[in-house]
Design a protein around this ligand. Structure first.
Ligand SMILES: [Zn+2]
Length: 411
């Protein structure tokens, strides 16, 4: 038997969105990076192995960020009194253009990779910039930080750059490319067409932004009069399918939701960014109830933190706000377990579909990706593991993350 590890702790995960599954005082049997089983005790055949005690806190699946802009990490929190377009023009585009300088990229991107790891996001889907060499530096930074399985963007500015980027990343097992038309208004029809064909030919996933603000929705309808809706634009250019991640998706019509369902695309909720830029509130509860494939993203730098536990809580809070503000529309509040599910198991489904192997919960056969959390509460408090996790999600921070394990390997 090789590469076997045993971990003891109180394990909590969400194999389904409906509720947290708590397994107290369990032992995880991990072989070659995958969970074999969670047992009450160490089985006799494993008795010769030592057991790593993950402490009196809780052990959870590590977080996955399904939408984050690496070049915006340094501007995180800046200029958030602006709306989307002013924010893009005044902060984001100038900030991203600095990555034309590779030395700048070499200074900045390792800090981004380190912060992802510190906050417990061990897998992520990342936007870079149009600059090929700098974005390759980003890919390298993510690999060096042992935060594997991160994906990189190709860019809208140069289709040739996209091809070169994919070629240069070929054979990497920790970072893979993803076709990234930034958003429909930023792309010519010709480029959208080329990227659609390119993603199909190479069987690559696609990420973009969809229906983030109302002015943007109106703008798209003027730019693409042939398409029936914003969602149809991506569909018309073969950019909408089971491997597509569409961030925001706040103002979708029923027909657009039908199309999303039909094409099995994933909508990525980014509640921090939506509130910061005053864009709107995604009707997450409604999408969940309709069976839409959903994920959760920090959307840094419109989102103000890479900590996915903040996005989990924010998803719950904005859903409550939507119910309060628009009672006539019968929105429901999303539960903490549903939001936690999105940040772990839900986001993990993208990686599973893309052939990385199953991840996102503590199920046999899944990659053993875990965080041990301990808020250091006095013993006299005697809090249940579930309450401990809830307390961490709402009011903890990265200092409470004690251990980070990816594919059975401690980082
Ligand atoms: Zn974004």
């Amino acid at each position: 038997m090789s590469l076997t590890a045993l971990y003891k702790g109180h394990f909590i995960d969400t194999p389904t969105p409906g509720e947290f599954r708590v397994r107290k005082e369990a032992v995880a049997l991990v072989e070659e990076g995958k969970l074999l089983a969670l047992e009450k005790e160490v089985p006799a055949r494993f008795s010769s192995f030592s057991v790593t005690d993950l402490g009196e806190g809780v052990v959870i699946p590590s977080f996955i960020d399904l939408h984050v802009h690496a070049p915006q990490h340094m501007q995180m929190g800046a200029g958030l009194d602006l709306g989307l377009f002013d924010w893009l023009e005044n902060l984001t585009f100038p900030g991203e253009s600095r990555f034309a300088d590779e030395d700048y990229a070499r200074k900045i991107y390792p800090l981004f990779a380190a912060e992802l790891l510190r906050q417990g996001s061990l897998r992520s889907v990342v936007y870079g910039t149009v600059h090929l060499e700098s974005t390759l530096i980003l890919a390298q930074a993510l690999m060096d930080q042992n935060a594997p399985d991160d994906l990189k963007e190709t860019s809208e500015a140069s289709f040739k750059g996209s091809e070169a980027f994919c070629r240069r990343l070929a054979g990497q097992d920790r970072v893979r490319p993803i076709v990234t038309p930034r958003f429909a208004p930023g792309c010519t029809e010709k480029l959208m067409q080329a990227l659609g064909r390119f993603s199909q030919r190479l069987d690559l996933p696609v990420q973009s932004h969809l229906s983030e603000t109302l002015p943007e929705v109106q703008w798209v309808s003027q730019l693409f009069p042939e398409s029936r809706s914003y969602t149809d634009v991506y569909n018309d250019y073969s950019l909408l399918g089971p491997a597509s991640l569409m961030a925001h998706a706040i103002f979708l019509s029923d027909e657009e939701i039908d199309l999303i369902l039909e094409r099995k695309a994933t909508l990525v909720h980014c509640p921090c960014a939506n509130i910061n830029l005053g864009s709107g509130i995604m009707p997450l509860g409604r999408y969940l109830d309709r069976g839409v494939s959903l994920g959760l993203g920090s959307d840094v730098g419109a989102g103000h933190t890479l900590a996915m536990y903040r996005s989990v809580v924010q998803a719950v809070q904005v859903s409550k706000l939507l119910r309060i503000l628009r009672p006539q529309e019968n929105h429901r509040a999303v539960t903490l377990s549903e939001a936690f599910y999105l940040a772990t198991m839900g986001n993990g489904k993208f990686f599973t579909r893309q052939g990385w192997g199953p991840c996102g919960a503590f199920e046999p056969g899944m990659s053993f990706d875990a965080l041990s959390i301990d808020m250091g509460l006095p013993e006299a408090v005697n809090m249940s593991p579930l309450n401990h996790l809830e307390r961490f999600l709402y009011s903890g921070d990265d200092r409470d993350i004690k251990t980070r394990i990816l594919a059975g390997r401690e980082l």
